[in-house]
Design a protein around this ligand. Sequence first.
Ligand code: FEO
Length: 169
Amino acid sequence: MLSERMQTAINKQINAELYSSYLYLSMASYFESVDLSGCASWMYAQTQEEIVHAMKMYDYVNEAGGRVILDAIDKPQEAWDSPLAVFEHAYKHEQLVTSLINDLMNLAIEEKDHATQIFLQWFVSEQVEEEASASGVVNRLKLAGDHGLFMVDKELGQRAMPIPLPEKK
Ligand code: FEO
């Protein structure tokens, strides 16, 4: 059984994961507007991943006898100065999410909630990947410069989509 404090904290993180999904969808929309379809596609995959993160937490709260309470999702940023600025923002955002996951883990330890600690371990490892993946794109974009942007865009378009998107007409 989840403590009230733990339940509230996980519900807050569900909101943060859904916000992440919304933010990446906004980034995808920015990339569509500047005709970088590979970067947009990378962001669609990221959007879907964040929903999976939120749903893992949603299922856990229910399984642990708690109650999921959904809150309003903040409006995400809608414009950036450059493709690089978008991925730098994504990397910074993932660093923030890592700190939120660490705070959740610290609370589970403080509450002596062993089940939640085990549950959160997956997210701790996932955040290492999430940061590496965003910072990897930042580095590739820096190396490529303006001339190599379309090559990086093509490469990012190869990222597998967790859920297939509707065909474009
Ligand atoms: Fe759900 Fe990208 O962290």
